[in-house]
Design a protein around this ligand. Structure first.
Ligand code: TMP
Length: 439
C-alpha cells in the first residue's frame, strides 16, 4: 500500500473547510445589523458573508457607506471575538484527516482571510494547533484582503507539490494565481457550480472523499478510548452526552456505549445481572458474567470502532469490576484484574474519568430511586466498600485514573471533564503523528 502523500504541502482554508463557523459569523453580522438599525437579512443572505472580506461584504450586502464600514468592522469583531468565535464546530473527520496527513510527513499550513489571532484561537480551542506548521491570516486591523496574497505568504520557500483546500471560488482562484493545485470542497459554503466554474483541479463532496484525495488508502489513525466510572449516582448519565457533544463539535466521530451492555449479547447478560429474581447469584458468577459481557463488547463494538479512528466513550468498563466485584464483593482487586485480562485483551482505556460523590449523597440518591436493580439492592456496607475501592484506584494510579469531584454543579464537572478529554486528545494526536513519522 502506498502511504506517501500526493502533496508534501497542504494549505487549508479555515471557514467552511475545517470549521463550520457560519453560525458565529451570522450571529456577528446580525449584531452589526442591529447596531446600525439596518433591515434584517435571512439565512441565505447571511451566507453571502462567509468567505469574502468583511469590507467587501459590508459594502455590497449591507450597502454601508465607506465612512461607516470601518466602525461596522469594529462592531463585528468585538462580537465575533467575544461570542461568535465559540459558535463554531469542526467538520466531522477533519482531526483524523489532519493527523493522517501529518503522519505521512506533509506540511500543513492554514491560509485564511481571518485575522491570524482569531484563527490561532480557534485551532487552539479545537485542539488542532499542534498539527499546523504555520498559520497565515491577516492582521487584526486589515481593511481588506486578497486571498492570492495570503496564499503567496503562506507557501514555504521550498516545496515539491502543494495544494490548497478551500470551499469558495476565492480559494480556487488564489491557488491558480500561485500555480498550485486546488481541491474544492462542497460541504462548506460554496456551491459545486461555483467551484467548478472557478476551475478547481479536484472536488471533494465530503471529508472521507477529501481524505482519499490527500492520503490515498492509508488506514485511519487508531481512535481514543475514554471510560467514565463512579458510584451509581455520580452523574455519569448526565455527563456522557455532554462530553459526546463536546467531542463532536471538535470534529470527532464518537461512539457512546455502556457496560454491562453495548451490544445484543452483552445487553442480555445485563438483564441477567440486573434481575432482582437472581438473588442467589454468587459473587464469582457475577464477576464472570461482567467479564463475559465485556469480552463480547470489546470485540464486537469497542475494538472495531477504535480501528476506524472513532472515539469510544464508555459508561463503565473494567475499573467498575475492580471496584464492585473486587472491592464490593470482596473478591480482591488483583483477582478481578486477572480474570478480566482475556476479556479486555489489548483494549485498555486511554483515559479513565472517575466521578466521585461522597457516599452519603450516593446512598440518598439511591434511596430516592423508584426501582432498584439487583446490584443496587446490596446494602450500605457493600457500597462503602465500592466507594473505598474507587478511592484506592484513584490513589494508586493517579496518572491513569483521573478523579473528579462530582458533587460540584453539573457545569463545573462538565468543564473539568472537557479539560481532561482535550488534554488526552492533544497527546493522542501528537502521539499518532510522531509514531507514524518515526515508523
Ligand atoms: P449502571 O447502573 O451504571 O448502568 O451499571 C449497572 C450496575 O452494574 C451498577 O450498579 C454497577 C454494576 N457493575 C458492576 O458491578 N461491575 C461491572 O463491571 C460493571 C460494568 C457494572
Amino acid at each position: 500500500m502506498d502511504t506517501s502523500p500526493r502533496y508534501d504541502t497542504v494549505l487549508f482554508d479555515l471557514d467552511g473547510t475545517i470549521t463550520d463557523s457560519g453560525p458565529g459569523i451570522a450571529q456577528s453580522v446580525r449584531h452589526v445589523i442591529d447596531t446600525f438599525g439596518l433591515e434584517p437579512l435571512d439565512d441565505a443572505e447571511l451566507q453571502k458573508f462567509f468567505g469574502p472580506s468583511l469590507h467587501e461584504s459590508f459594502s455590497r450586502h449591507l450597502r454601508l457607506e465607506e465612512s461607516d464600514i470601518e466602525r461596522a468592522i469594529t462592531v463585528y469583531r468585538d462580537e465575533f471575538s467575544s461570542r461568535g468565535i465559540l459558535n463554531n464546530r469542526v467538520y466531522k473527520g477533519l482531526p483524523n484527516l489532519l493527523t493522517l496527513l501529518k503522519s505521512q510527513g506533509a506540511s500543513i499550513i492554514l491560509a485564511t482571510a481571518k485575522p491570524t489571532a482569531y484563527a490561532r484561537r480557534i485551532l487552539v480551542n479545537f485542539g488542532l494547533i499542534g498539527l499546523f506548521d504555520s498559520i497565515v491570516g491577516v492582521p487584526l486591523d486589515a481593511r481588506d484582503h486578497d486571498k492570492a496574497d495570503i496564499v503567496r505568504q503562506a507557501l514555504p520557500a521550498r516545496y515539491r507539490r502543494a495544494v490548497l483546500v478551500g470551499d469558495r471560488h476565492y480559494d480556487v482562484r488564489a491557488a491558480k494565481a500561485n500555480n498550485i493545485d486546488s481541491i474544492g470542497v462542497t460541504y462548506g459554503y460554496g456551491s459545486e457550480q461555483e467551484i467548478i466554474s472557478a476551475g478547481a483541479d479536484f472536488i471533494a463532496r465530503d471529508v472521507p472523499a477529501l481524505t482519499r484525495l490527500l492520503c490515498g488508502d492509508a488506514p485511519p489513525p487508531q481512535g481514543l478510548f475514554i471510560t467514565m466510572e463512579g458510584l451509581d449516582a455520580a452523574g455519569k448519565t448526565t455527563q456522557v452526552p455532554l462530553l459526546k457533544d463536546h467531542l463532536e463539535r471538535m470534529g470527532w466521530d464518537v461512539l457512546d456505549t455502556r457496560e454491562p451492555g453495548g451490544c445484543a449479547l452483552s445487553e442480555r447478560i445485563r438483564e441477567l445481572l440486573a434481575d432482582p429474581d437472581n438473588r442467589d447469584m454468587t459473587p464469582e458468577a457475577e464477576a464472570y458474567l461482567f467479564a463475559a459481557s465485556r469480552a463480547q463488547h470489546v470485540r464486537s463494538v469497542i475494538a472495531p470502532a477504535l480501528a476506524q479512528g472513532r472515539i469510544v466513550l464508555s459508561d463503565r468498563f473494567v475499573d467498575s469490576s475492580v471496584a464492585y466485584q473486587g472491592g464490593g464483593r470482596e473478591l480482591g482487586f488483583e483477582r478481578i484484574q486477572r480474570l478480566n485480562e482475556m476479556a479486555v485483551g489489548a483494549c485498555v482505556p486511554d483515559l479513565v474519568m472517575l466521578l466521585m460523590v461522597d457516599l452519603k449523597t450516593a446512598l440518598l440518591r439511591r434511596e430516592s430511586a423508584t426501582r432498584l436493580d439487583r446490584i443496587e439492592r446490596a446494602g450500605e456496607v457493600f457500597f462503602q466498600r465500592v466507594y473505598n475501592a474507587f478511592l484506592m484506584l484513584a490513589k494508586a494510579e493517579p496518572d491513569r485514573v483521573h478523579c473528579v469531584d462530582a458533587s460540584q454543579p453539573v457545569e463545573v464537572v462538565k468543564e473539568r471533564l472537557f479539560q481532561l478529554a482535550d488534554a488526552a486528545l492533544r497527546a493522542h494526536i501528537n502521539g499518532c503523528a510522531t509514531r507514524a513519522a518515526e515508523g
